[in-house]
Design a protein around this ligand. Structure first.
Ligand SMILES: Nc1ncnc2c1ncn2[C@@H]1O[C@H](COP(=O)(O)OP(=O)(O)O)[C@@H](O)[C@H]1O
Ligand SMILES: [Mg+2]
Length: 342
């Protein structure tokens, strides 16, 4: 992908809980986990640096308690970091005054949580329009805008329903619509689908990707589910004990895990789900190719097509330039777990 500008930069961010967190960081050297624990503190976020680029889906993945929610709350400054720097559109968010901060959150950030608190006495339309009401936008305008996002998330016709009349999945859709109604520049989703049944969860992931294709938001998406992460992410940051231990594309994570901890997650992932055509393409255009396919497409998505074709496919980059070709055999090698190595 052409390199997009950094939308949200987070540099050496710490969040320690305990009796005197600032003092712990005041010395020259950063304290390690043992020192943090021994002094009665919790190292919820430790020295995290990540850059989220415009238009990408940046996933933060880690087990429960690894610091994901604390980090995302630091990024929106719902939690005050103990130390570090957070740049939103290049501006230091930690220097923003309270009023400015409220304004940024209200107009430029959208948030969805696992247990999204819909207002029980408001119907779907009113719930979705609520953030615009808070902004002081008139009823007709805010309801017209709410109708648009309600349609976007597939809830057309349910405008008059109340939250208790909706399934869990539908309630999350309302939450998603409500977070999008202000047209946020940055969209934070903290385990939005984790409480849903697996089938519904998959459906919601597909819907989420469809909506993102239309909106091109900059997204920070949190999950503890590695399968969900590789399905939706452009890049993934893996967290453990408050630290980010690797940031990479799903493909790089699976093929080149930086630590045993990462390898544990990737061990049972089928390669075809992450390996892209760009990785297995052989240089040079194929004579009489069966067609062209983008380099960013994952093998799983086109395996049947390539396998069924009599000739190889040419592989093109985002400018439409042929970078090479893929053969039937190369695809089969990935499917049986031989291809696409490091
Ligand atoms: N307000 C708080 N006070 C003390 N410890 C906290 C607080 N919030 C979170 N923690 C601790 O910080 C760590 C990271 O929590 P959290 O960010 O919620 O993890 P995750 O979202 O990955 O499950 C956990 O050990 C948690 O108990
Ligand atoms: Mg959490």
């Amino acid at each position: 992908m052409h390199q997009q500008p950094v939308k949200l930069g987070c540099h050496n961010v710490w969040k320690l809980y305990g009796p005197h967190p600032e003092r712990l960081l005041a010395g020259g050297a950063a304290p390690d986990l043992d020192a943090i624990r021994a002094s009665g503190h919790v190292g919820a976020v430790r020295n995290v640096s990540i850059d989220v680029r415009q238009g990408e889906i940046f996933v933060i993945m880690g087990l429960s308690g690894s610091g994901k929610s604390t980090l995302v709350r630091c990024l929106s400054r719902l939690v005050e970091p103990t130390a570090g720097e957070i740049l939103f559109n290049g501006k230091d968010l930690l220097q923003a005054r309270p009023k400015e901060l409220i304004d940024i959150r209200r107009h430029k950030m959208g948030m969805v949580f696992q247990h999204f608190a819909l207002l029980p006495h408001l119907n779907v339309l009113q719930n979705v329009a609520f953030p615009l009401q808070v902004q002081g936008i008139g009823r007709a305008a805010r309801e017209a805008r709410a109708e648009e996002v309600i349609a976007l998330v597939g809830l057309e016709g349910r405008e008059a329903y109340f939250p208790r009349q909706l399934s869990g999945g539908q309630q999350q859709r309302v939450g998603i619509a409500r977070s999008l109604v202000v047209e946020p520049e940055l969209w934070f989703l903290d385990e939005p689908f984790s409480a849903l049944d697996p089938l519904i969860r998959r459906e919601m992931q597909d819907e989420f990707l469809r909506v993102q294709q239309l909106l091109h938001k900059t997204i920070v998406f949190i999950t503890h589910d590695f399968d969900e992460a590789i399905r939706i992410a452009d890049r993934i940051a893996i967290m453990k004990d408050g630290e980010v231990i690797q940031v990479a594309t799903p493909e790089e994570l699976v093929l080149n895990p930086a630590a045993d901890y990462v390898a544990e997650f990737t061990r049972y992932v089928s390669r075809a789900k992450v390996v892209t055509l760009g990785r297995i393409a052989v240089p040079g255009a194929a004579e009489g190719a069966a067609g062209t396919l983008p380099e960013t497409v994952r093998v799983e998505a086109v395996a049947n097509e390539v396998e069924a074709a009599a000739a190889p496919f040419n592989v093109i980059d985002e400018d439409g330039v042929v970078i090479g070709h893929v053969t039937r055999q190369a695809v089969i090698d990935v499917l049986v777990g031989r291809g696409g190595r490091g």
